[in-house]
Design a protein around this ligand. Sequence first.
Ligand SMILES: [Zn+2]
Length: 266
Amino acid sequence: MIGRRAFVGGLAATVGGCAASPPSPPAEASTVVDLTHPLGPSSPYIQVRDATFPFRRAPIATIATRGVYANKWELTEHIGTHIDAPCHFAEDAPCLEAIPLDDLFAEAVVIDLRARVEANPDTELTLADLERWQKAHGPLPQRSVVLMCSGWDARWPSQERFANPDAGGVMHFPGFSRAAIEHLAARPEILGIGVDTFSIDPGRDTRYEGHRVLSAAKKWALECLANLSRLPPSGSRLFIGVPKVEGASGGPARVVAWVPHDRGPH
Ligand SMILES: [Zn+2]
């Protein structure tokens, strides 16, 4: 158990250890928001034949039989709220254990697409959206993550509604446009990007080109985020708690944000 004050102080101390333009320490008066869905056997996932499968958990010991409770897990790396390591689509890029700790603390840039998504689930976060945000809130902060808030997390944990396939099996959910990802991948102030859908590439895109561009730039991505609507457009900060698994292309993550009390949601 750790108090919020100690938690926030610890974050500030860690971030303060980074030499290159670290985010300033968070305000004392802040609310911690959990951006993580629970992960279990009924969690949705991208279904790829002969490759992916649901999260599985089975006991290796129980209190009744052995006096101790423990499970084994079987899972793919890209299930539930998770991070894509840069090595997911680029051979020479860092895998999970090699992402510097400082790069897992980020200033949040939140772009709200909810109104557009209601009318069109194939809508994309575009360069115009990035420009609109910068006009209202200033330049993209140093060491930031750009987050697409589409409201899609409300569909969790329905596999059908989260994947939203058409009659031909093509999924329909919003993501970043290729041009927006190319732009952000080239920006040194950007650590990564994140979405509340399955993929940073829109659902109907099956070539994952945005993933390739981002990986080549050695940046990470967050997918299946929850509660982004509780963050203001600017001013909140994220910590991405990732397992330090060697050679991992990604993994389930506990993603938390802290929002200064003087900032409301959208
Ligand atoms: Zn992934």
